[in-house]
Design a protein around this ligand. Sequence first.
Ligand code: CAO
Length: 423
Amino acid sequence: MSIKEIKVPDLGGSNDVDVIEVLVKPGYVIEKESPIITLESDKATMEVPSSDSGVVKEIKIKAGDKVTAGSVILTLDVKTEAAKKPEAKKETAQPEKSQDVKSASKNSVDEDDELTESAPVQTGDVHAGPAVRRIAREFGIDLSHISATGPKNRVLKEDIQNFVKTKLSQVSSGVGTGLGMPSQPHVDFSKFGPVETQSLSRIKKLSAKNLHRNWLLVPHVTQFADADITALEEFRVTQKDTLDKQGVKLTPLVFIMKACVAALKTFPQFNASLDSSGETLILKKYFHIGVAVDTPDGLVVPVIKDVDKKGLKELAKELGMVSEKARRKQLTTQDMQGGCFSISSLGGIGGTAFTPIVNVPEVAILGVSRAQYKPIYVEGNFEPRLMLPLSLSYDHRVIDGADGARFIMKLTTLLSDIRHLLL
Ligand code: CAO
């Protein structure tokens, strides 16, 4: 092993020149003439080539430092065999400290990239070194589209990597592919204040993808209406204690599920799916209702099967079991398949209304918000009535606005007098 210091060459008389970027790390195998640092003076930006080949041992400077001719940049192990043939010897050159050995050979820079101190590499508004420009050229990336995070607004290699990563993730999530969607810019938020990064849970990643697809695919319309559930609530309260003792929680949701089934029977186009060609409607003769459940890991939508065939108590029991299963992460794929129509109830939390996203391939979804007593004008007088806000989103390719309004009015009628549910 022979350690050699690699120093800053003559800078044409310039002193205290800024180090903008260090292009190598300990463990890198470099060849003579490989660019190792980028300097920037008032007049020019230049990449300093190594005066020897070898394995980088220690970096003596960092971005932001100022250097003069003779300043030590790094130390190089010039006798390591790997240094002679960097590509062939990459693995064997794994250093004692198991550092990552990478090649930073001269080949990584185009023949036409000037590496001398006279090389001005700032063109237009974009500020980048020759090696970065070469990578951008290879990927066909216009540097002006990249958010620069380097000193003095300089585009770094990491900026190109982040740009490519963002683009690839957008392709896999469907953004920017054929829909003319502008892509989300990459922003370094840490420039504005302290930040923390958290990776999304598996459920969140999955639902983000589905929600985004559904949002883009379906022309949504949301219709709102309030249902008078004063009588329903009176009935529920009379039953609640008895059922509580049996471990069954009777909430307004099970009544809403039954009302939805009755409305789906009246308006079969809501109990349907478009086939994948988008030209045929498949009408379903069964009534499976998806219920959105909030879990610490994100939103899941288990499906309660054959709601038309089950009573309120049975439904309440099943809903309790299934939401518990969801929160314990025990739902199976089968538990979440086969839904005809979904309900998303935020009534236990609050809020006045929201616009739920249709759960494709279903064609409609009901959002339920918190019921409130409101003064309602009844036969010449204001009466306190418990009003339940409903938000029906539907796929306008399948359902006309008039049918959307009819469906939600049917729901309000059914819920305002639950005897209708018996018919
Ligand atoms: N108005 C007023 N009170 C309501 C109500 C409403 N619309 N809906 C429920 N409540 C009451 C219940 O009666 C219960 O009170 P009591 O114990 O006094 O009876 C309380 O609020 C809590 O209800 P709950 O939320 O535990 O039960 P639920 O049957 O209404 O809902 C479930 C079950 C699983 C749907 C719910 O727990 C849940 O996860 N909701 C969130 C769904 C969600 O995240 N949707 C968003 C999807 S879009 O991102």
